[in-house]
Design a protein around this ligand. Structure first.
Ligand SMILES: [Zn+2]
Length: 176
């Protein structure tokens, strides 16, 4: 990958320091997608006021008002701020708590968990690992009959559902 740069052809061979590479450069690490970092003004311009309040100020939408609270549509839920994959309909379940609930994220690496001591209790905040936007909270041990006994309680406005089409859902998809 070393290419000859015109301006460097006359550099003396005795000098080696200014041509050294930077092997520790984190931007070349292939393991994870690039983080999304934007200024507050950029987020305000891109998000509507409700999205901004939830995603960037950790507000919570009112229960039973979100567009995905009872959604059964098969598909993938992406971060509304940055488009990262977060949840799928396969892990969504009826929690009757007023917000979309999942028993697990698609990948643990897709989310960041932060201890949240606001409102006089200790909860675990869920953020998008890619853009650090607030998504909701995760609760464990509540007795839901799910594989993890976890409730990932996520604001609808923090998500964007992309329905799976019948063609891409595979032959075992019963819905038309
Ligand atoms: Zn995000």
């Amino acid at each position: 990958m070393v290419s000859t740069v015109d301006g460097m052809t006359n550099v003396s061979n005795s000098s080696t320091s200014n041509t050294a590479g930077s092997p520790a450069d984190p931007t070349t690490a292939p393991a994870r997608p690039a983080k999304v970092r934007k200024t507050d003004d950029q987020w305000r311009a891109e998000l509507d006021p409700m999205e901004y309040a939830v995603l960037r100020e950790a507000a919570t939408e009112r229960p039973f008002t979100g567009e995905y609270t009872d959604t059964k549509t098969q598909g993938v839920y992406y971060c509304r701020a940055c488009g990262a994959t977060l949840f799928t309909s396969a892990e969504k379940f009826d929690s009757h708590c007023g917000w979309p609930s999942f028993y697990a994220p698609t990948e643990d690496d897709n989310v960041t968990l932060i201890e949240d001591r606001s409102f006089g209790s200790v909860r675990t905040e869920v953020r998008c690992a890619t853009c650090d936007s607030h998504l909701g909270h995760v609760f464990a041990g509540e007795g839901y009959a799910t594989p993890t006994d976890q409730r990932w309680c996520i604001n609808s406005v923090a998500l964007r559902l992309e329905p799976v089409t019948p063609e891409s859902a595979g032959p075992d998809s019963p819905t038309a």
